[in-house]
Write a protein that binds this ligand. Structure first.
Ligand SMILES: [Zn+2]
Ligand SMILES: [Zn+2]
Length: 191
C-alpha cells in the first residue's frame, strides 16, 4: 500500500536480490542463469537474446552483471572495470560465472579463448591429423598441414588430382619413376 520503492529496497539484503533475480532466469543445464527480463544491447548486438541483463538495485537501474560482481567483491566497480563472463554468455547472471576484470583483461581473455578454440582443432580442413609429423608451423605459430602442402605442390607441378592424393609421401632421397617422369616435360626432352 503505497510507500516508495526505495524504502522497501533498503530492507532487502543482497541475497534477497539474488533470489529475486534468479527467479527471473532460465536456469540452463550448464549452470548459466539466463536473464529473461529487460536487456541492454551491447555494441554491435542486434539479437535480443544476446543483450546484457538490466534491472534495478537499491534504487538504481543498470547492468545486473555489474551489481552482482560488486556484491562478490564487496565494493562498487570502478569505471574501467567490467563484469566479465567465464561462460561467454552475456545474459547470464550466475555469480559463479561472473568476475571482475578490466577492459584490457577482457580483451586478453577473449584472445585466450580464441587460442583455446584454435588448439581444439586437431585436423586440417581436408581431415589430415595435425600430429607431430604432419604439422608445419609458420613464423606466427599457425599450423599448416604437410599432407595438404604436398598435395598443392604436386598440383602446381602438373600432377593430376587423383595422383596427387593417391601417392603417399615420398621419403627424401628416394628416386621414383614419378619424379623422373615429372622432370621430363620441363626439360622438353620427350619427342
Ligand atoms: Zn553463465
Ligand atoms: Zn591436410
Amino acid at each position: 500500500m503505497g510507500g516508495r520503492r526505495g524504502f522497501y529496497s533498503n530492507l532487502l539484503t543482497d541475497s534477497d536480490y539474488l533470489a529475486r533475480w534468479k527467479a527471473k532466469c532460465d536456469i540452463k543445464p550448464n549452470g548459466c542463469w539466463v536473464w529473461l527480463g529487460f536487456k541492454f544491447m551491447g555494441r554491435g548486438v542486434t539479437d535480443p537474446f544476446k543483450g546484457y541483463a538490466a534491472a534495478s538495485y537499491r534504487g538504481k537501474n543498470g547492468r545486473l552483471g555489474r551489481y552482482i560482481v560488486a556484491m562478490k567483491i564487496g565494493r562498487p566497480l570502478e569505471k574501467y572495470e567490467v563484469a566479465c563472463h567465464h561462460c561467454d554468455n552475456p545474459p547470464c547472471i550466475n555469480p559463479d560465472h561472473l568476475f571482475c576484470g578490466t577492459q584490457k583483461e577482457n580483451g586478453l581473455d577473449a584472445r585466450a579463448k580464441k587460442r583455446y578454440w584454435y588448439q581444439r582443432i586437431t585436423k586440417c580442413k581436408r581431415g589430415h591429423e595435425f600430429d607431430e609429423e604432419n604439422t608445419q608451423r609458420d613464423s606466427r605459430g599457425f599450423r599448416h598441414c604437410r599432407a595438404c602442402l604436398r598435395y598443392l605442390a604436386r598440383l602446381r607441378a602438373g600432377w593430376s588430382e587423383e595422383e596427387a592424393l593417391a601417392i603417399e609421401k615420398i621419403p627424401a632421397g628416394v628416386k621414383t619413376e614419378r619424379r623422373t617422369y615429372m622432370r621430363a616435360p620441363r626439360t622438353g626432352g620427350s619427342p
